[in-house]
Design a protein around this ligand. Structure first.
Ligand code: AGP
Length: 611
């Protein structure tokens, strides 16, 4: 949830650190800071506000800040203490001999703070991270690796850290438990970061640290050990993102770029995974034979936010195609309610980042309960991906905008393939499987068709941008789409939007309907559409403006609404994707018209790595 960058090597560190922070700013952006070491000691610059403000200061300085070859930097999403300059990272120990940046939560920070206060330490900030800096320094006797190792053995909580010591210029020590750290391996240089987007400019060879790993880095020399197992070897992997992939590519916002990337992203997700001959999906990452698949009696899907909404579509598809029970649970709820799961169940964790703390905790609980556990993740090498022995990577490419779009539609496409695979191990015939497989392969072209109506959607958005409330309603597969559409509008336009089952409106919420309460209705063809048409009539009868997402050419549905967005004709199970894309564009344009910070909405972060 914060962005960390570290550098040591042949280049001047400051430009590498600042450009890295800019790439990671989507992870948190309420304050930022940088520290460098050289033979002249440690220099720190930090302030509240975005990275651009910090860059303005440091890029004007010469001397040590411009010449140092080793440094660390941080962009923050506040968890302990408000986003002030004093709370910004880097933080130093009591005597200023050690400095570090931290992502995560030190749960025993109060006890440690009290211990050090009793020893006469003074603290400058309210943060748990500063306490960690004091702890490392309290163990420092000239070897930073040993000091960090000793300190982390006293820590309870999560961390991704990068540390430096005044007496060891040129050396970085990094460690992780619960918050990601990637090490980029260069020629006479090494760059570390919270994720690969800050690294690919310099190298594609990366090592993803495991929990409890700690590494000493000097120039291009990287020594990794485990806190509990001693020396370990970690195999570098190739970062397959193109350099431009993590840039905006000419779009005004990352969100719009990622919306328009969806045909390609979904094609990448599907590629090599549809077998039109056998009418099934090829998901080798699940590592399950048909015999093992058919033995699974229930599928439990866990996730948060948009990933949970995708899971709901997966629930509908698995029960619809395979007729086996499936259910979705909010990951934190699953983790804390002592879930009833066992060896005949499969728990599927969905997470774009692969770092969401609640979802990671749910995975660990499911493992404890003896169920099969698999993950649906976008970020290669992420914690959830590495803690599950079965899984499917989305291959959707980096999703930078805080609001998830292409990851959602790639998740849904993958869930349709999972449902198909389960179904073919049960009662679905080869012919029926081929039919579904062909419809899944059509999804990218369905999305292309909606993207072509972007200008019309922008015009429709102008009629809805001034409202402060909205309902999204749908039935069947469209109910989770209504939930996701409402989440998108909420998180980027700050309009209070609620997703409701269309049939539920008359059980209370209809009391809110009036001309200032628009209703966005998922009215495209499918089971229950005529009932939703009746619900729309009930809305119109109470003066509520209605925007309908309809199947192209459906004149009855068009006549029932004040405005429409048309999507191509297709089965309801695949229409969820073009319908979702229509609502992504609607929310995007409403937020753009309202002048909102679309890629970095207030209070949000791309990956919520705290519970
Ligand atoms: C989606 O637009 C939100 N940014 C948020 O709900 C997100 O889906 C949620 O935090 C889960 O993130 P994950 O998929 O990385 O686990």
């Amino acid at each position: 949830m914060c962005g960390i960058v570290g550098y040591t090597g042949k280049r001047a560190a400051m430009p590498v650190l600042i450009s890295g922070l800019k790439k990671l700013e989507y992870r948190g952006y309420d304050s930022a800071g940088i520290a460098v070491t050289s033979d002249d000691g440690i220099l720190i610059r930090k302030q509240s506000g975005k990275v651009a403000g910090l860059a303005e200061i440091v890029e004007q300085e010469d001397g040590m800040l411009a010449e140092a070859h080793t440094g660390i930097a941080h962009t923050r999403w506040a968890t302990h203490g408000p986003p002030t300059t004093l709370n910004a990272h880097p933080h130093e120990g009591n005597e200023g001999r050690v400095v570090l940046v931290h992502n995560g939560i030190i749960e025993n920070h109060n006890d440690l703070r009290n211990r050090f206060k009793a020893q006469g330490h003074t603290f400058k900030s309210d943060t748990d991270s500063e306490v960690l800096a004091h702890l490392v320094e309290s163990h420092y006797q000239g070897d930073l690796l040993e000091a960090v190792t000793a300190a982390l053995k006293e820590v309870e909580g999560t961390y991704g850290i990068t540390c430096m010591a005044k007496d060891e210029p040129g050396v970085l020590v990094v460690a992780r438990s619960g918050s990601p750290i990637v090490i980029g391996l260069g020629d006479d240089e090494t760059i570390v970061a919270s994720d690969a987007s800050a690294i690919i400019t310099y190298t594609r060879q990366a090592i993803y640290l495991d929990d409890n790993d700690i590494a000493r880095i000097e120039g291009s020399k990287v020594d990794i050990r485990s806190l509990d197992k001693g020396a370990v070897s970690r195999t570098p992997s190739e970062i397959d993102w193109s350099p431009g992939a993590a840039e905006k590519g000419g779009y005004e916002h990352y969100m719009l770029k990622e919306i328009f990337e969806q045909p390609e992203a979904i094609s990448n997700t599907i590629r090599g995974r549809i077998d039109l001959n056998r009418g099934t999906a090829i998901l080798s990452g699940l590592n399950l034979s048909p015999r093992e698949l058919v033995a699974i009696q229930r599928l439990l899907i866990v996730g948060c936010g948009t990933s949970m909404n995708a899971g709901l579509i997966g629930e509908y598809a698995v029960e619809d195609f395979a007729a086996i029970p499936a259910e979705v649970e909010q990951a934190a709820e699953f983790r804390y309610r002592n879930p009833i799961v066992g060896s005949r169940d499969m728990v599927l964790a969905i997470s774009q980042s692969g770092e969401t703390a609640d979802t990671l905790a749910a995975v660990r609980e499911a493992v404890e309960k003896g169920s099969l556990v698999a993950a649906l993740v976008n970020v290669v090498g992420s914690t959830i991906a590495r803690e599950t022995s079965r899984g499917i990577y989305l291959h959707a490419g980096p999703e930078i905008s805080v609001a998830s779009t292409k990851a959602f539609t790639s998740q849904v496409s993958t869930l349709l393939m999972i449902a198909l695979k389960f179904a073919r191990a049960h009662r679905l015939s080869r012919e029926q499987g081929i039919k579904i497989a062909k419809e899944i392969e059509r999804i990218p072209e369905l999305v292309e068709a909606v993207l072509k109506t972007n200008d019309q959607i922008s015009e429709v958005a102008a009629h809805y941008a001034h409202y402060n409330n909205a309902f999204f309603i749908g039935r069947g597969y469209m109910y989770p789409v209504a939930l996701e559409g409402a989440l998108k509008l909420k998180e980027i336009s700050y309009i209070h939007a609620e997703g409701y089952h269309a049939a539920e409106l008359k059980h209370g919420p209809i009391a809110l309907l009036e001309e200032s309460m628009p209703v966005i209705a998922l009215l495209n063809e499918g089971p229950g559409q005529e009932k939703t048409l009746s619900n729309v009539a009930e809305c119109k009868a109470r003066s509520a403006p209605v925007l309908g997402v309809i199947t192209e050419g459906d004149e009855e549905a068009r006549a029932a609404c004040d405005h429409v967005i048309e999507i191509p004709s297709c089965p309801q199970y695949s229409s969820v994707v073009p319908a979702a894309v229509a609502l992504q564009l609607l929310s995007y344009h409403i937020a753009r018209i309202r002048g909102c910070a679309i890629d970095q909405p207030r209070n949000l972060a791309k990956s919520v790595t705290v519970e």
